[in-house]
Design a protein around this ligand. Structure first.
Ligand code: ADP
Ligand code: MG
Length: 481
């Protein structure tokens, strides 16, 4: 089994589009979409004589990310020109940071099957995006949309620390969560706000030397990343098993064919003729500025995670869902001030509130029902006044429509209050037992699991109004032993 003898080595270059209002070096609208070629000006079109001016917000976003990744923030960083010729790059060069990027080093922790691993960051630099060429939109011509030209990006370059497509998935997921928490990007891969280049090589297990790598360009979905990496790993191992050497090259992954193909190889590797950008002064950051950004740093995913683990002892599954978005975690923390049944709160958020908000395309922070009412809703169940299923299926929908009404009032109006009235229950229990004589005998012969069936029947006949503890006790008494 030759494949088993190899180890996969992956380093990522992740591009994150920043959620600034304007572009990196001019005042053009930086938002996604828009009619083609409407978010443009002489500066993003690269007209001669125009000058770039740096967007302050971009610096703050970079510093925020740097803090979250435990990077060293470079107090003096500089911009360079990366020269190449392409239709979607009207200036003929991209402004980027080559020599002195804004953040150096650091790490991001990922969890793959609950194993934690630190992926080291090589550096983070600022740059601008290019426009978009569309080759299939018109039968004859290639079309060009320059709305994206000049939108600010951060490029996060990792060390080659990733060992599988699963780890790449975990890394991209953690990075997306982080940039959303930080409020610096929507992290939306479908809209291209986050994309990555995957550098892949293989080596025999136990070897420490790195072999030649291939760089798969512009991967914009996790599914493609996985397929591209799997294809590439197999291709490289096959070459090595045949005694060959992997050629260092840049590849494109075609999702239609599932195959990677060379864009260019090292021999004709592009010479970008980097040189310092003469039109932009160095970015100088003062320690006071850093302190200020640090003070305003919002909760980070792992900090909220720690809190949920330590203060509320919730299961891993719940914590993952509650911390996926910052707004959800904050909603939980606020809710938890109103009731101490944390698991019930978590269940309600995960099973009802989140799906409802998704359905209504509403952010959870805008959920119409107040925490007092929600806590009263949980109390109704906890005090045995309403069955869990009636509360979830009948009271919850009404509550969202009439958020000011008390859950108890709704329960009464819908006639859902559970009863522990012994006469009422006994009558139903007797009916259920009379209707199922064979099951009663089976139970009495030892098939004790049937108790659940009887309870279910009593619930059904009482339309969910039978109080479960009392029902159980009555049934056991009547069935004997
Ligand atoms: P450049 O693309 O500018 O030449 P580097 O070679 O330093 O930059 O690395 C770019 C990316 O490729 C980084 O994410 C790095 O971790 C990764 N990388 C470098 N060498 C290898 C290798 N042999 N196998 C896998 N990934 C690699
Ligand atoms: Mg590269």
């Amino acid at each position: 089994m030759p494949y088993e003898q190899y180890e996969t080595v992956i380093g990522l270059e992740v591009h994150v589009q920043l959620a600034t209002h304007s572009k990196a070096f001019c005042g053009d609208d930086a938002s996604f979409g828009g009619e083609p070629n409407t978010h443009i000006s002489t500066i993003s079109l690269g007209h001669p004589g125009t000058l770039p001016r740096l967007n302050k917000q971009q610096i703050e976003f970079a510093v925020r990310l740097g803090f979250a990744l435990n990077s060293d923030i470079n107090l003096i960083s500089t911009f360079d020109r990366k020269n190449y010729f392409y239709a979607d790059l009207p200036k003929g060069y991209q402004i980027t940071q080559d020599k002195n990027p804004i953040c150096i080093g650091g790490w991001l922790e990922i969890s793959d099957e609950n194993k934690l691993k630190k992926i080291r960051i090589h550096h983070v630099h600022m740059e601008e995006d290019a426009g978009k060429s569309m080759h299939d939109a018109d039968p004859k011509d290639s079309l060009i949309d320059l709305n994206r030209a000049g939108v600010p990006l951060l490029e996060i370059v990792t060390e080659p620390d990733l060992r599988s497509a699963d780890e790449v998935d975990a890394f991209m997921t953690a990075m997306r969560q982080l940039v959303r928490y930080l409020g610096i990007s929507d992290g939306n891969m479908e809209e291209g706000s986050m994309r990555c280049d995957c550098n892949v090589s293989v080596r025999k297990k136990g070897e420490t030397k790195l072999n030649n790598r291939c760089e798969i360009k512009n991967v914009n979905s996790m599914r493609f990343a996985r397929r591209a990496i799997e294809y590439e790993v197999k291709r490289q191992i096959d070459i090595m098993e045949m005694g060959g050497m992997v050629e260092q090259q840049t590849l494109n992954f075609d999702p239609e064919t599932g195959v990677t193909a060379p864009l260019r190889s090292k021999e004709d590797a592009q010479d970008y003729r980097y040189f310092p950008e003469p039109d932009l002064p160095p970015v100088i950051i003062t320690p006071a500025y850093l302190e200020n950004v640090k003070l305003n740093l919002v909760s980070l995913p792992w900090a909220l995670r720690e809190r949920l683990i330590n203060e509320f002892s919730l299961p891993e599954y719940d914590i993952n869902l509650l911390t996926e978005e910052k707004t959800t975690a904050l909603f939980f923390l606020e809710f938890a001030k109103y009731d101490t049944n944390y698991k019930a709160i978590s269940n309600l958020i995960i099973n009802k509130i989140l799906p409802w908000c998704q359905d209504q395309k509403l952010e959870i922070g805008k959920f119409p029902v107040g925490f007092k009412q929600l806590a009263a809703f949980i109390k109704l169940i906890d005090e045995g006044k309403v069955s869990n299923s009636n509360a979830y299926q009948r009271i919850f929908p009404q509550l969202t429509e009439q958020p000011e009404r008390s859950p108890l009032e709704i329960a009464q109006a819908l006639n859902l209050i559970q009863t522990s009235d012994e006469d009422f229950l006994e009558k139903i229990v007797d009916e259920v037992l009379a209707k199922n004589p064979t099951k009663v005998i089976e139970y009495q012969k030892g098939k004790k699991g049937l108790l659940g069936f009887f309870v279910g029947e009593v619930m059904r006949q009482s339309k969910g109004k039978a109080e479960p503890k009392m029902t159980n006790a009555l049934l056991i008494k009547k069935l004997g032993n």
